[in-house]
Design a protein around this ligand. Structure first.
Ligand SMILES: Nc1ncnc2c1ncn2[C@@H]1O[C@H](COP(=O)(O)OP(=O)(O)O)[C@@H](O)[C@H]1O
Ligand SMILES: [Mg+2]
Length: 398
């Protein structure tokens, strides 16, 4: 394959290792400075220029987008996606993972363990927010920090309030997160490639520092992960839309607590700690997947008017329970079941003989009008307005 590594650091360890791994495997590879692209929307098809000239045909790109150029970098990756060039990490995935709040919001509906987190803006909401995540000590994080910079441990509520107020006054948004004491100074970095963890290490903070980042003086050691940690890492990366990711987890009493998912994980620390060929695993994965460029399924499936994607829920006691998909009548209504979610399990392309159970969730493609009646009622937290009493209201000033 012909691979482009999008990076502004051709001499960095990770870039060098990826480039060499590709060459060793007989691929053609170039390191392309992300900032030298021009996104070209003037012709009939999406196109890109590089250093002022039309780019040649690439089979795949591997984005290594630094934090300081997220906007431009993801625009370039998105353009490659529009041109059907394979990328293991999508522009959306990179942008979503870069913002700690956005990442937490996206992961939060998928049963992934995370430290209790809250986000507020008004001064009056700060103290209750700190209490909600368990009180002091509490961790305060800038939304887009890296390398441990912008992560603060506040020992007391007053101090936390003062820090948050100060940051708010300089227009910085911050997360408030419970401090996971049992993991103090230690965390796990799992390197996910495709559907598996290819290498993992434990990072231990220096002295009484609570942040275990290598840039903060942390040391690393190889670690073999329990299936629970491995699953949490792989699922987090998948949900974020990242096929190459470094997933950071704290070791909570009840299991893994995912803190963040990095879209351009550094390779030096993990390859040194584990002696594993992570770069090689990444290149092998890409050359395997190159025939499957990312498709925005929802976007593509909704271009036929009146058709779309919806999640249908099989209600208990309703007429679908106990029937197979073939007997369900969905076919006649022009509805196709793409995946079936049952508890935490997912059955892709369920067979026609699959029997439906109460609370099964079916991801379907079909006529929106036909699916409307089957869409679950929206969850209501509380009644916002009270019913009017039968008797007319009496104005008691009279
Ligand atoms: N809620 C928390 N409880 C305990 N330690 C934490 C918590 N959040 C972060 N840390 C420590 O701080 C480090 C940096 O936090 P992280 O969210 O990964 O930010 P960064 O993007 O700067 O690496 C983590 O590796 C971990 O050691
Ligand atoms: Mg981190």
């Amino acid at each position: 394959m012909k691979l482009g590594i999008l990076s502004r650091a051709p001499r960095a360890y990770s870039t060098q290792r990826l480039r060499t791994a590709a060459l060793d495997r007989g691929h053609e590879v170039r390191v392309l400075n992300t900032l030298r692209f021009a996104i070209d929307l003037s012709g009939p098809d999406p196109d890109l220029q590089f250093r002022g000239r039309p780019i040649s045909d690439y089979d795949a790109v591997l984005p290594r987008i630094g934090n300081s150029i997220t906007y431009f970098g993801t625009a370039v990756v998105r353009q490659f996606e529009q041109m059907d060039v394979y990328t293991p990490n999508t522009a959306n995935g990179i942008a979503n993972s870069r913002d700690k709040l956005r990442a937490t919001q996206i992961l939060s509906r998928h049963n992934i363990g995370m430290p209790a987190t809250t986000f507020v803006r008004n001064r009056a909401d700060v103290r209750p927010a700190i209490q909600r995540v368990g009180g002091a000590p509490v961790v305060i994080k800038l939304l887009e920090g890296t390398q441990g910079i912008g992560v603060i441990l506040a020992p007391e509520v007053n101090v936390a309030e003062a820090i948050i107020e100060t940051l708010h006054s300089t227009k910085q948004n911050v997360l408030i997160q419970s401090f996971v004491k049992e993991s103090k100074g230690r965390d796990i970095r799992a390197l996910v490639v495709g559907d598996r963890v290819v290498a993992a290490m434990r990072r231990v903070a220096n002295g009484d520092e609570f942040r275990s980042n290598v840039h903060r003086g942390g040391t690393v050691e190889p670690v073999s992960l329990s299936p629970e940690f491995e699953q949490a890492a792989v699922r987090s990366a998948q949900i974020m839309g990242l096929r190459v990711a470094g997933v950071d987890m704290l070791e909570g009493i009840e299991g893994p607590l995912v803190m963040e998912v990095n879209s351009s994980p550094g390779l030096e620390g993990i390859e040194t700690a584990t002696k594993l060929d992570v770069a090689g695993a990444i290149i092998d994965y890409i050359s395997n997947q190159v025939a499957f460029p990312e498709i925005d399924v929802r976007q593509r499936l909704t271009v036929s008017t009146g058709y779309g994607v919806a999640e249908l829920v099989v209600h208990g006691g309703a007429d679908l329970v106990g029937k197979t998909i073939a007997e369900s009548g969905l076919d006649d209504r022009d509805i196709t079941v793409l995946t079936l979610h049952r508890g935490a399990a997912v059955i892709p392309n369920p067979r026609r003989r699959t029997e439906l159970q109460a609370e099964d969730r079916l991801l379907c493609f079909g006529k929106l009008e036909e699916m409307r009646s089957m869409i679950p009622e929206r969850r209501r937290r509380r009644h916002k307005v009270r019913r009017l009493p039968k008797e007319p209201l009496v104005d008691d000033r009279e």
